[in-house]
Design a protein around this ligand. Structure first.
Ligand SMILES: [Zn+2]
Length: 152
């Protein structure tokens, strides 16, 4: 019997025999942690465009449930990168030679980061009851912190 070397993501337990895939998974958790814990954030027009199109649901789970952005189809379709490109009015950066464009790994990562950052942008917008571009700073307070605008 052929025994394959297995790797596992320390954070979520994802297993694969492909060390690179597991490395990407671990990087994903680190990136998310960094994004969600930030104390300075700039809301751009791109964040607002994405928030405007997010698929808001109510999930009934546990005792109460709660409002959520559909994690499977955050913009309505399962091809999330495609939705993001369409919403932002940009195209992939790899010319397929047949008139179509796909995304490089680098661009996919940038789009994913932008998508993850909408969580912080939404926290800021909700806490200030305003959807405005600009620079914000988080002061320690309550659960999400208290965001204040520092620059327009
Ligand atoms: Zn993981």
């Amino acid at each position: 019997m052929l025994k394959r070397m297995m790797f596992m993501c320390e954070e979520c337990g994802f297993r694969s025999d492909n060390q690179e895939d597991v490395g990407r998974c671990e990087q994903y958790h680190k990136d998310m942690e960094r994004i969600l814990q930030c104390t300075e954030f700039e809301i751009t027009q791109q964040h607002l465009k994405l928030l405007q199109r997010q698929n808001v649901k109510f999930r009934r789970s546990g005792e109460y449930g709660g409002t959520e952005i559909d994690p499977k189809r955050p913009y309505g379709n399962s091809y999330v990168e495609g939705d993001i490109l369409e919403i932002l009015g940009i195209q992939g950066d790899v010319d397929e030679g047949d008139g179509s464009y796909s995304c490089s790994e680098e661009l996919e990562k940038r789009l994913f980061h932008l998508h993850a950052e909408t969580a912080v942008a939404l926290q800021i917008c909700m806490s200030l009851l305003k959807f405005e571009t600009g620079k914000y700073e988080r002061k320690p307070d309550w659960i999400m912190g208290k965001w204040v605008k520092t620059q327009h």
